[in-house]
Design a binder for this molecule. Structure first.
Ligand code: MN
Length: 334
């Protein structure tokens, strides 16, 4: 666990831009996770207190069943194209590159909006008018907590629950290396503010649908481990994902199955939710940079948790990536 290395202050420009705007679009990344929904939901509920109109971009079909409760909890109504086009500010959260925004028509669909870019991905390309990037923050939800407080808005029990969900999820229940004293301290403040931790964690961790469970069985079955035990990977192709009853937005944290094996330094999950497009999730354990390997294949993300997408079949892509991954773990110190 690292101590508080990140700054506690929200950039003044971010607060000023938020206060100056009237209609604010709330945007996160494609295949949104709990951090995205926590951040969007919390801002959606906080902004009206400042007299601002929030408009959330959630194109149809982008909410995973498992996470729909967060959207419902915040009462988020997805904005129309027209509403988004009329926004004068876009707060883009948790999104490392502008082409990853979860907006129909991407940022061109908001021609009048200046952009506040809030993120904790080390590889963020700083595409905003204003950029607030803290690579050491546990989650974007953590940054949103600081922003809402800086704006002088209340942390209501619902806002606290949404932020907690984002932080809990991105830290795997405060168990990963991005867990800091600041994140634990904020978690305590969220509990104090009335976050419904038990219900949220049950929904996030102990409410898998049968189809997601079927998909996990596939991933367990397909898991392979290198002879030295340092590399583990698994796959799920198009047919296997469909047979389990899953869709692209159900692929989330299943790489944790692969990562859970003792001694594994690097875990990779290859999934083909969309035919011919292989998504890779890389996870590094104990100081191993998953990002370094993901970058070799055009990917990005965080130091220990990264991703990439390549065109091809599972077989073609594993044939390319696994030899590189074997070399990569071989070079790691004993
Ligand atoms: Mn995040």
């Amino acid at each position: 666990m690292s101590s508080t290395a990140v700054q506690d202050t929200v950039p003044t420009e971010v607060c000023d831009a938020t206060r100056a705007a009237n209609k604010i679009a709330l945007i996160a990344h494609v295949t949104p996770d709990a951090d995205c929904f926590g951040a969007i939901g919390a801002m959606y509920l906080a902004l009206p207190e400042l007299g601002k109109y929030p408009f959330a971009s959630l194109p149809e079909g982008t909410v995973a069943r498992r996470l729909a409760f967060l959207v419902e909890l915040a009462g988020v109504r997805p904005a129309s194209r027209q509403e988004l086009a009329a926004c004068d500010l876009a707060i883009v959260m948790d999104t490392a590159k502008d082409r990853r925004v979860n907006v129909d028509g991407k940022l061109e669909a908001l021609p009048n909006a200046k952009i506040v870019n809030i993120d904790h991905h080390a590889t963020n390309t700083r595409f905003g008018t204003w950029n607030w990037i803290e690579g050491d923050a546990s989650s974007t939800a953590e940054l949103v907590y600081l922003l809402i407080k800086s704006l002088g808005c209340q942390i209501t029990p619902t806002i606290a629950t949404l932020i907690y969900a984002g932080m809990h999820s991105d830290t795997q229940g405060f168990s990963l290396s991005n867990t800091t004293t600041r994140s634990l301290q904020i978690a305590g403040e969220l509990a104090q503010a009335g976050a419904d931790i038990i219900d949220t964690c049950e929904k996030l961790n102990r409410s898998r649908s049968r189809s997601e469970f079927e998909l996990l069985k596939v991933i367990y079955t397909n898991t392979q481990v290198s002879d030295d035990g340092r590399l583990a990977w698994s796959t799920a192709d198009c047919d296997e994902i469909a047979a389990a009853g899953c869709h692209a937005n159900d692929i989330d944290d299943q790489v944790e199955v692969v990562r859970s094996i003792e001694g594994v330094k690097l875990a990779i999950l290859f999934t083909e939710a969309n035919q011919g497009k292989i998504r890779m999730n890389f996870r590094g354990e104990r100081g191993v940079s998953a990002l370094a390997l993901a970058k070799e294949f055009g990917g990005g993300g965080h130091y220990a948790s990264a991703g990439a997408i390549l065109p091809g079949s599972i077989e073609e892509i594993t044939d390319r990536v696994i030899p590189a991954a074997r070399e990569f773990v071989k070079k790691l110190p004993a």
